[in-house]
Design a protein around this ligand. Structure first.
Ligand SMILES: Nc1ncnc2c1ncn2[C@@H]1O[C@H](COP(=O)(O)OP(=O)(O)O)[C@@H](O)[C@H]1O
Ligand SMILES: [Mg+2]
Length: 361
């Protein structure tokens, strides 16, 4: 935006200081003048028997007072201008630093901090708020970069595998093509799954849905029904319990959230004979969906990172049914889009408990 040049705040402050000082000086001199007048008669009274030899008149007083008064005012003006100019510089110094930091941030340097020292005042508050904003922005940008790098890497993997399979097939044309087609199909299905998960994540982040009344307990039942074959295949028992838990949001997204959580509870469970509990409760302050499962013992610091995109557990749990590591990131994003909170806690006997709290409809 182009603005017309105007007087600087420093100049304006200086002029205000000086004018204030002048007004105060004039008032003071006026008071002195009025006070003096009480001791001086209006006209000279001369004559025999009257006091002499020297008795001043008002015009004598004015002659003596006026030049001094103007001198004083002149000094006050000079002091006001110089003092104001210096004081204003001191007052405005923090503002210069804040402006420099803003310019640096606008030019793309998000690592710069103002770090204004000294006790708390309005400028320090502004600087601290600005620093906090920069820190958040910087973290956010770093997160986005990490995400883009991870997503590209994940998307490249199926393409690279496909390429290898095709190369091998070309070098050995007599090989069984049915096997090749089968493997290509699997790799492709995984790539589609990944792309769909990425699309879902961005849709949830954008909050582009019309909220409607959704009963979480119905979502839980749906998820349990859909995932029953998988649970049976893996020897996991699903225990569903719940009361009607109405909230507002997107049915599709909330169903996705429930399915992701239950899917995790099944595939990251004990190798055999595990249990997954899915419960919904309605409280006066909101509805709660809890998904809990038996499984390996998990460390709390590891659990804290699980909602980051592409974060997956290493080791034994990497099986065919495990996803690409976007499941919990999607759950987190959907929860935030519904003004809810997501909590992950380890179970002392192994496994995980995931709680999603959403506003009551
Ligand atoms: N219910 C759970 N029980 C134990 N571990 C879990 C559970 N849910 C998620 N995890 C761990 O968190 C990681 C990330 O989960 P998620 O984002 O859904 O990715 P994915 O399931 O694709 O690996 C999983 O790889 C797993 O190690
Ligand atoms: Mg998952």
């Amino acid at each position: 935006m182009v603005r017309r040049p105007g007087p600087s705040v420093r100049l304006k402050l200086t002029l205000s200081y000086a004018s204030f000082l002048m007004v105060a000086g004039i008032l003071l001199l006026a008071t002195v003048w009025v006070f003096l007048l009480r001791y001086v008669p209006e006209r000279t009274r001369t004559g025999p028997g009257l006091p002499g030899p020297f008795s001043p008149t008002r015009s004598d007083l004015l002659d003596a007072f006026a030049p001094r008064a103007f001198q004083a005012l002149g000094i006050l003006l000079a002091v006001g201008l110089v003092g104001g100019w210096l004081l204003a510089e001191r007052m405005l110094a923090p503002l210069t630093r804040i402006t420099e930091a803003t310019r640096a941030a606008a030019a793309g340097s998000l690592s710069h901090r103002i770090r204004l020292e000294g006790r708390n005042d309005e400028f320090r508050e502004l600087a601290d708020a600005f620093d906090a904003m920069l820190a958040r922005l910087e973290a956010h940008v770093a997160e986005q970069r990490r995400f883009a790098a991870n997503a590209s890497h994940e998307l490249r993997t199926p393409l690279a595998i496909t390429q290898t399979l095709l190369d091998v097939a070309r070098q050995d044309p007599d090989r069984d093509h049915a096997e090749l087609v089968g493997r290509l199909h699997d790799v492709n299905a995984r790539a589609i799954g990944l792309t769909e998960a990425l699309l879902l994540l961005s849709r949830a982040d954008q909050r582009s849905f019309t909220p409607e009344r959704v009963d979480l307990s119905l979502c839980a039942e749906d998820a349990a029904e859909t995932l029953l074959p998988l649970a049976e295949k893996r020897g996991v028992t699903i225990v569903t319990s719940g009361e009607p838990s109405p909230t507002r949001g997107s049915v599709t997204l909330l169903q996705q959230l429930t399915t992701n959580l239950l899917h995790n509870a099944i595939v990251h469970n004990l190798p055999d004979g595990g249990t997954a509990w899915i419960t919904t409760t309605a409280r006066p302050d909101g509805v709660v969906l809890a998904v809990e499962n038996t499984g390996e013992l998990l460390a709390a610091p590891f659990v804290a990172t699980l909602t980051e995109p592409f974060q997956r557990g290493a080791g034994r749990t990497r099986t065919h049914d495990a996803g690409v590591g976007l499941g919990l990131a999607i759950v987190d994003s959907i929860t935030r889009a519904h003004d809810g909170t997501l909590t992950l806690t380890t179970r002392p006997s192994g496994g995980l408990r995931v709680t999603v709290r959403l506003p009551l409809a």
